[in-house]
Write a protein that binds this ligand. Structure first.
Ligand SMILES: CSCC[C@H](NC=O)C(=O)N[C@@H](CO)C(=O)O
Length: 714
């Protein structure tokens, strides 16, 4: 049969280079309203972007500003104000509330040593540059989005941030000239960390800089068994509100795990008293204070259980001290399409100007939509469900001016702004494009819906369906049947939404069709769908994917002899199951950091609870190895089916992966070698679970593409 797939490595790398140029939006801030001498009002919009630089082998960060003239209700005129500037060395930055000053935490290498500075800029002058490293009040500043923050006090006199607790230097028992203030014999003591992407982050502390006096103090009063983060100033700067995570009896991985026991706390600055503001029996995150400083909105979900679940949107009233549930967990999508809130972070600013409404961007099925929540009634409406399909992400909202990123599988991210209609109004948002991007006319995409056959219905959660995204080249020559790459996502409680996906778009432009399956258990389809999967991994997810593939093949547009499967993490688990359970079906397989054996992984991953929960058991920190549980974990794992595998497998592993340690992939590699199944292993030092360093990602992509063309005989 004729093929129209690109196979030449030179051509493929050229295409990858071309499409990897499209940057993604990472942040936007709206400046104060300025009235021009002619009476027109305008605001500056500051944006940050990230782009792969293949030559320098790094992701570069750059900024660009735009000017938006408006009348507080609609955009009158807009455009960029200058070109892009690369940002180097900035770990964190934040404008003061008035817009008069800017704070920056900067990392700089001086005489070969890493130093951190806290800078204050005013107008065109760097008025302060405080050497935090030399001050020795704390360890490194946290720049991550789990704990990290840099927040101006309302009075603009103090700054709040999170850093590692100061550790005394440890020395050997045999140090000949012992120095003062050192700990003897503590050189090799183990410090727990917070796992994947948070290695070396162990004991965060809240730090405050008094700008006038250039004085840093570490806040006292946070309970010893709590790790604080996501902090901000309480109304009138009387103290600090933060999320505290319990770290006893031990820390577990936090990345993609918003289900860790945590609470909102308030520490009073004068007395150092610490008060717990939420129940303490759930997991909370992303608290945001309303513009009128009266209420705090935050997300809440259950502790343990599935790692990502449908969240509750809760509100704490600062003055009555009452908490209310604004939006509850949604079991099944409602008639109007609302399927619940699935997010572990609200955007940095998410309140409307009247402090009555909240904006949340989150998956709703295979789309990512912008939802407007009335906090008094809990009513939820979608601002984007009638707009072009794709993915809408809120970057910020300030005085009702929303700044969003929009993308779709054939359109890289574009920057848009629009005013939130007044409360009670049914008006549609008039989106204005500030930075357009190049649509890829050769890529076609659609969302497909599947109802599992009756024998695969889940008796505990009956009647659930699921979706898949199908990408295919637009122009297919007469008589050509396309090769198909099937991609189950990881998690398993995550989702593939219709946004710009670099590797899928390159594969599609090469001539492949790609089927990305949101099997039952994915987020964005109601809590019941999520709960239907634990205990059924390796069967329900696997059968859903197979059902979707076979349904698509029945359409006749694809070549049944040229079907491949590729997935990462839990997606790798599903991929390896598929080649074991359907040994004749898939002609090539790629697995990034796949889960291979739940029983062997439980002792080495940073999230052992995940193994128990997905195998169908409850987790507690004191649970001990149980042969019956281990047997079930083994039975549900891909390694159980390895003897049936015939498909050539490409494994891509990150040496520093704390989530699915690379020994999982090695276990599979050895088994395949012993069975003489073709296998190739790529080992990426310095990479963690996501394999997202520029060289690992691009090398991984090229190897995947060539593995597919080789084993699908294209
Ligand atoms: C113990 S590994 C669990 C699988 C992992 N889940 C959470 O981290 C996973 O599948 N990760 C996804 C992201 O959700 C991935 O694609 O890496």
């Amino acid at each position: 049969m004729e093929s129209q797939v690109m196979t030449n490595p030179e051509d493929i790398s050229k295409l990858y280079r071309e499409l990897s140029l499209f940057p993604s939006l990472t942040r936007a801030d709206v400046g104060p309203v300025i009235t021009s001498q002619y009476g027109g009002k305008y605001s500056n919009i500051y944006t940050e972007w990230s782009q792969r630089d293949l030559e320098r082998n790094e992701n570069v960060k750059f900024c660009r500003q735009y000017i938006v003239f408006h009348d507080d209700k609609s955009v009158v005129y807009s455009g960029p104000s200058g070109n892009c500037t690369e940002i180097k060395g900035e770990l964190l930055s934040k404008d003061s509330p008035s817009g008069d000053m800017k704070a920056v935490v900067r990392e700089s290498i001086i005489k070969g040593e890493d130093k951190q500075f806290l800078e204050i800029w005013s107008k065109n002058i760097k008025v302060k540059s405080i050497n935090l490293t030399a001050l020795k009040k704390h360890g490194k500043v946290y720049e991550d989005d789990q704990f990290g923050c840099l927040v101006w006090s309302h009075s603009e006199t103090h700054l709040l941030y999170v850093a590692e607790r100061k550790r005394l230097k440890a020395e050997s028992f045999f140090q000949v000239w012992p120095s003062k203030h050192t700990l003897k014999g503590e050189q090799f003591v183990f410090y727990e960390d917070w796992g994947e992407t948070l290695v070396s982050k162990s004991s965060p502390v809240l730090c405050v800089l008094d700008i006038e006096g250039s004085n840093v103090s570490v806040l006292e009063g946070v309970p010893d068994n709590i790790s604080p983060g996501q902090a901000f100033w309480a109304p009138s700067d009387t103290g600090v509100v933060f999320v505290g995570w319990w770290h006893e009896p031990f820390r577990l991985g936090l990345k993609y795990s918003p289900n860790r026991r945590s609470s909102l706390f308030y520490v009073d600055l004068t007395g150092g008293q610490c008060e717990q503001l939420s129940s303490g029996s759930s997991a909370v995150c992303s608290p945001k204070l309303s513009p009128d400083q009266c209420r705090i909105i935050y997300l809440e979900c259950a502790v343990y259980g599935p790692h990502q679940q449908c969240s509750r949107l809760c509100m704490y009233d600062w003055y009555t001290k009452r908490t209310s549930v604004v939006v509850d967990v949604v079991k099944r999508p409602r008639e109007d399409g609302f399927a619940g809130i699935y997010s572990s972070s609200l955007s940095p600013l998410c309140w409307s100007a009247d402090s009555q409404r909240i904006l949340v961007s989150c998956p709703q099925g295979s789309r990512k939509d912008l939802l407007l929540v009335e906090t008094t009634t809990g009513s939820v409406t979608s601002l984007t469900s009638k707009s072009p399909g794709g993915s809408w992400s809120l970057l910020t909202i300030e005085r009702n001016l929303m700044v969003v990123s929009w993308s779709s599988p054939n359109c890289p991210p574009s920057l848009r702004v629009g005013f939130l209609p007044l409360g009670g109004s049914r008006e549609e948002v008039d989106w204005v494009v500030l930075e357009d991007s190049q649509t890829q006319p050769d890529i076609d995409w659609q969302i497909l819906n599947f109802t599992p056959p009756p024998e695969q219905d889940n008796s505990q959660y009956p009647g659930l369906d699921f979706d898949a995204l199908l990408l295919k080249p637009k122009d297919v020559k007469e008589g050509v049947k396309l090769p198909l790459i099937v991609t189950p996502h990881g998690g398993p409680h995550s989702v593939i939404v219709a946004d710009w996906l670099l590797s899928s778009s390159v594969l599609c432009r090469m001539g492949f069709a790609i089927l990305l399956v949101n099997y039952r258990g994915s987020i964005g389809y109601g809590q019941d769908s999520i709960l239907s999967l634990p205990g059924n991994v390796g069967t329900q997810d696997v059968k859903d994917v197979q059902f979707a593939v076979e349904s698509v093949l029945r359409g006749g547009a694809f070549d049944e002899q040229k079907v491949a499967v590729a997935g990462g993490s839990h997606g790798g688990f599903v991929a390896c199951h598929l080649i074991g359970q359907y040994p004749e079906f898939y002609k090539a397989c790629v697995a990034r950091n796949p889960v291979i054996n739940l029983a062997s992984m439980i002792g080495s991953t940073d999230i052992p609870d995940w193994c128990m929960v997905e195998a169908g058991y409850n987790y507690s920190t004191d649970c001990l190895p149980d042969p019956a549980v281990w047997e079930q974990m083994l039975n549900k794992s891909p390694i159980k089916h390895v003897k049936q595998v015939k498909t050539p497998v490409l494994l891509t592993l990150g040496e520093d992966d704390k989530r699915v340690p690379p020994k999982q992939g090695i276990e599979y590699y050895r088994a395949l070698k012993a069975l003489q199944v073709p296998v190739r292993l790529l080992w990426y030092p310095g990479n963690n679970h996501s394999l997202s360093k520029v060289d690992a990602e691009s090398d991984g992509f090229m190897n995947i593409a060539l593995w597919m063309t080789q084993h699908l005989s294209l």
